[in-house]
Design a protein around this ligand. Structure first.
Ligand SMILES: NC(=O)C1=CN([C@@H]2O[C@H](COP(=O)(O)OP(=O)(O)OC[C@H]3O[C@@H](n4cnc5c(N)ncnc54)[C@H](OP(=O)(O)O)[C@@H]3O)[C@@H](O)[C@H]2O)C=CC1
Ligand SMILES: CC(C)=CCC[C@@H](C)[C@H]1CC=C2C3=C(CC[C@@]21C)[C@@]1(C)CC[C@H](O)C(C)(C)[C@@H]1CC3
Length: 425
């Protein structure tokens, strides 16, 4: 690249439109979201379990800290780092980078999940009190938040040694608060160890199902057996995590890996937000047991099944089409050409709405809350937050696609007018 085009690129990234409320968002979100995690855990175990209760249920200092928590957290991340490095599964290439190269990624996350499962069963067999995770939840969340800040600071500092082509297009504004938050470097690596890819799918996502299992064990301690509601929440969320790891290769084409830098937002999202807020339903059920009729359970299982089917089929259809458009499963689908040479699907799942995968994900999110009944809002936190996240994410993706595909994107939008919910939005 000539010095002039380097300078133009640099200038354009500095002028990039800022997301998440710009500098104000970048200062407030890293303060507010960690407090939200702690607040939600406290609410989930308070007798009222009301997000509006005043004064809010504040934890005492000894509820926030336990010396076992940093040991467990560092041990857990270390175990998954070792599993990431084990020579199992295939090695896949990511999309082509700005310098024309492609990075290699190990596809062994599902192995990691299975080995974690076997280790947990062994620990349970040896009498390990997994239910104690209930009491450890706040100290573990505190440590995960601390690790998120430390890792983000490390990533921000090391990004100044990265070449300019390795920086994310939106994370190099020169504003330290914003760049720390959004992430400067696109694919930070220590040797071959890819920090963003590792964090996206392993310690936090698998940690989430382990915490859920801990909540189930706590319920067994308190009630003698797990409730149907707890089994459903555990089962649905395990399916979601196992599916993500089974289809690990597909993550290599998501916005997070391809476009976003690795900064506080993703680090915290992966390591603290996902494991400690996505499983709030299970934590809630420990203190607020619910009875569920067989008919109710069947209806909820059906809803989760429909959501999963739409989510999986639509994601697989697009991944297959992007990897090999001539594959028999996608070759007959109607498409429109774009100036980049890539085509856009206008039939099949991607002809129904512009984000069928978000629709399926949201139906599942609703199915995860319903086993907790209708008496409290807290179990509906995830589906509410997720609706906001996906509407915002859809708008970000839309902006990027319009910039990439121009008139072809407008034609697609005319052909497929609804974004997520057919005939509604
Ligand atoms: N549980 C959670 O917290 C979260 C879950 N998710 C889930 O992750 C999954 C991935 O989502 P996400 O990364 O946001 O993005 P998507 O998988 O929806 O990918 C969007 C990209 O797909 C391509 N595309 C869009 N329309 C078409 C079309 N008609 N034909 C072909 N390609 C098209 C474009 O990229 P290009 O053309 O360059 O290939 C676009 O940028 C979703 O299922 C989502 O629900 C996402 C966020 C959070
Ligand atoms: C509020 C806040 C801190 C937001 C950060 C957003 C992150 C929590 C999410 C951004 C994209 C994500 C994805 C998944 C988890 C949540 C985050 C990290 C994902 C790994 C969940 C499992 C799915 O099957 C998936 C692999 C498609 C998905 C990818 C995106």
């Amino acid at each position: 690249m000539s010095p002039n085009s380097q300078a133009a690129k640099h200038r354009s990234s500095r002028d990039t439109e800022r997301e998440f409320g710009g500098t104000l968002g970048a200062v407030c979100i890293p303060i507010l979201l960690p407090l939200t995690v702690l607040f939600l855990i406290c609410v989930s175990r308070s007798p009222e379990a009301s997000v509006f209760q005043w004064p809010p249920p504040l934890p005492s200092a000894d509820q926030l800290w336990d010396p076992l928590a940093p040991v467990l957290l560092v041990g857990w991340i270390g175990l998954h780092a070792l599993l990431y490095l084990m020579p199992a599964g295939k090695v896949s290439e990511g999309l082509v980078l700005r310098d024309g190269t492609r990075l290699k990624y190990p596809i062994n996350g599902f192995h990691g999940l299975c080995i974690s499962g076997v280790l947990l069963m062994l620990l349970l067999g040896l009498g390990a009190p997994l239910g104690n995770l209930f009491e450890l939840l706040l100290p573990l969340a505190m440590c995960a938040i601390a690790v998120s800040f430390l890792l983000s600071a490390y990533l921000y500092i090391r990004s100044f040694w990265a070449p300019s082509y390795a920086l994310a297009s939106g994370g190099n504004t020169g504003n330290p608060f914003y760049d720390f938050f959004i992430g400067r470097e696109l694919n930070p690596r220590i040797g071959d160890f890819d920090l963003k890819y590792f964090c996206e799918l392993r310690p936090g996502l698998i940690g989430w199902v382990v915490i859920n299992l801990g909540m189930l064990m706590k319920e067994v301690e308190l009630q003698g057996s797990p409730s149907l509601a707890m089994i459903l929440v555990n089962g649905f969320q395990l399916l979601y995590v196992a599916d993500a790891l089974w289809n690990e290769e597909a993550v290599l084409t998501t916005m997070d890996i391809v476009h976003d830098g690795f900064g506080f937002m993703l680090v915290f999202g992966d390591l603290a937000w996902v494991p400690f807020t996505y499983g709030l339903q299970a934590a809630f059920l420990v203190v607020h047991p619910q009875t569920l009729s067989s008919f109710g359970a069947a209806a909820i299982i059906t809803l989760n099944g429909i959501g999963y089917y739409i989510f999986r089929k639509s994601n697989s259809q697009k991944n297959q089409f992007r990897r090999d458009p001539s594959h028999p499963t996608v070759a007959r689908l109607e498409t429109i050409a774009t100036a980049t040479g890539k085509r856009l699907l206008v039939s099949g799942w991607w002809g129904l709405v512009r984000h069928p995968n978000y629709l399926g994900d949201l139906l599942m999110a609703l199915a995860w809350s319903l086993p907790c009944g209708f008496s409290h809002l807290l179990p509906y936190f995830y589906v509410t937050y997720f609706t906001v996240l996906l509407i915002h994410r859809e708008a970000r993706d839309e902006r990027q696609c319009r910039a990439k595909y121009g008139v072809a994107w407008d034609t697609y939008c005319r052909r497929v007018p609804y974004r997520i919910f057919p005939y509604i939005y």
